[in-house]
Design a protein around this ligand. Structure first.
Ligand SMILES: Cc1cc2nc3c(=O)[nH]c(=O)nc-3n(C[C@H](O)[C@H](O)[C@H](O)COP(=O)(O)OP(=O)(O)OC[C@H]3O[C@@H](n4cnc5c(N)ncnc54)[C@H](O)[C@@H]3O)c2cc1C
Length: 249
């Protein structure tokens, strides 16, 4: 069986967005790349899910584990989402592992950088660094039926082998612009919330925010302080709530 990650035609620059296809493959082609160490478990992704899984696997006595991460840093969502006002929208005491509580959250709805710091502290406190293989962008996951081993292919040509594989590659890890007619011809600056341009100067600009979901309600109050004019476009009225973080809780 093969699972492939393919770059869609209009993926954002720098992302490797996944469109997954599954097909059976002959064990012959897989066997041609075999011959290296077989891990008990390979985990794809070093966000909350991947790191938490590694911690619990080791507690359960599974020590032959590697985490394959396409980026050069752990953190997933919290590494990528650094937009103005980025934060969690459930209280940080709940948005952290029960087995690794953090009594030092600076506020109830902590900012993205603080959460990223928490993720790094998990790596340090649980000694995970040695498990993580960075810049391993998984492009294909293939089961060698004959050996009963998963072959994990990365875009640098490496092949990792594991008896089990855990997909912790994130539900939101592949940012893309929405399909809006004419978007490719838009002459102004286009920024996706998950790929913020920290060097862009918003002062004096006319800015449109598309969407009124959880990220937009964090971005808008910060952006409005910087820009000349701000327009917000929403397709559907959201069930937004007055976020407690705006009350400085
Ligand atoms: C702005 C924002 C705020 C959020 N706030 C909350 C909140 O308050 N509460 C809540 O419950 N949830 C929230 N979420 C959802 C959040 O995504 C999850 O809570 C959680 O962080 C997801 O963790 P994950 O490990 O599953 O995925 P991710 O954090 O996305 O990590 C996936 C990792 O896999 C790597 N990866 C992906 N594809 C590959 C590949 N092909 N090869 C190798 N590595 C790969 C990525 O680089 C990434 O590091 C929020 C999301 C966003 C974007």
């Amino acid at each position: 069986m093969t699972i492939e990650n393919r770059k869609p035609a209009k993926a954002l620059k720098g992302t490797t967005a996944a469109r997954t296809t599954v097909r059976r493959s002959s064990s012959k082609s897989a066997a041609a790349k075999s011959g290296e160490h077989v891990y008990d478990t390979l985990i794809i992704g070093a966000g909350f899910a991947g790191l938490g899984t590694a911690i619990k696997l080791r507690e359960a006595g599974v020590h032959s584990v590697a985490i394959l991460e396409r980026a050069a840093e752990v953190g997933g969502t919290w590494r990528d989402n650094q937009y103005l006002g980025a934060a969690c929208d459930i209280p940080s005491n709940l948005y952290s592992f029960s087995f690794a509580p953090n009594p030092n959250w600076s506020r109830s709805y902590s900012g993205s950088k603080e959460i990223l710091g928490y993720v790094h502290s998990l790596v340090d406190d649980f000694g995970l660094e040695k498990l993580i293989q960075y810049q391993q962008n998984v492009t294909r996951v293939e089961l060698d039926d004959a050996q009963g081993v998963w072959m994990i292919h990365t875009d640098n040509g490496q092949v990792w082998k594991g008896k089990t594989v855990i997909m912790a590659s994130g539900p939101l890890a592949n940012a893309s612009f929405p399909k809006i007619r004419g978007i490719e011809n838009f002459k102004g600056k286009k920024i996706h919330s998950a790929q913020w341009d920290h060097d862009y100067d918003f002062s004096g600009k006319r800015v449109a925010v598309i969407g009124t979901g959880a990220s937009a309600i964090q971005i808008i109050p910060e952006l409005v302080k910087k820009v000349d004019k701000l327009k917000v476009f929403q397709r559907t009225t959201c069930l937004g709530h007055a976020s407690a973080r705006f009350l400085d809780l």
